[in-house]
Each structure stands twice: as structure tokens, then as C-alpha cells.
Ligand binder design. Sequence first.
Ligand code: SF4
Ligand code: SF4
Length: 86
Amino acid sequence: MALLITDECINCGVCEPECPNNAIFQGEEIYEIKANRCTECIGHFNVPQCVEICPVECIIPDPNYQETQEELESKYQLLNPNKAEN
Ligand code: SF4
Ligand code: SF4
């Protein structure tokens, strides 16, 4: 599933450049994740990079965007059409 930034976000901004899918942006109040671009880092890394780096651990699975591993892999392929499957 896509991930969600909770209102505990302190707007430090360190997660934004870590996202390989450019899914993170500064919203009106806190940083936000575009669900249609978040693959939980599948295809790029073994663990979600934003979760790894967030100093306040405010990035959680988004219950509104439940996705299987296969669906996340398909999303990765759509976002990265020039990368060969491996
Ligand atoms: Fe980006 Fe990965 Fe975080 Fe999703 S889990 S927002 S793809 S860094
Ligand atoms: Fe917010 Fe965490 Fe991202 Fe910092 S790393 S902007 S606290 S979500």
C-alpha cells in the first residue's frame, strides 16, 4: 500500500529528496505523499527510504490505499517504463 505522513510531521524536508518516485511534496501544512506514485520503494530499494530517514517516525501505511506486492510492482513498471523487468 502507499504510505501516509501523519500530522506529527515536523516539516524537516529530509524525506522529499530520498523518494525515488518523486512521490513526496510539501503540502499546505505538512509534507504529503502522492499515493499514485508511492510503491513503498518497491523496484528501487528493499525498505521505504522515507520511513528509514524520518526522524520522528511519522510515516505509516495508508489504510485507504491497500495494495498487494504485485500491484506495487505494476505501479513501479508504470512509473519507470524505460527500466527492464528483473
Ligand atoms: Fe517514496 Fe518510497 Fe516513501 Fe513511497 S515509500 S513515498 S516511494 S520514499
Ligand atoms: Fe515530515 Fe518525516 Fe518527511 Fe521530515 S522526514 S518532512 S518529519 S515526514
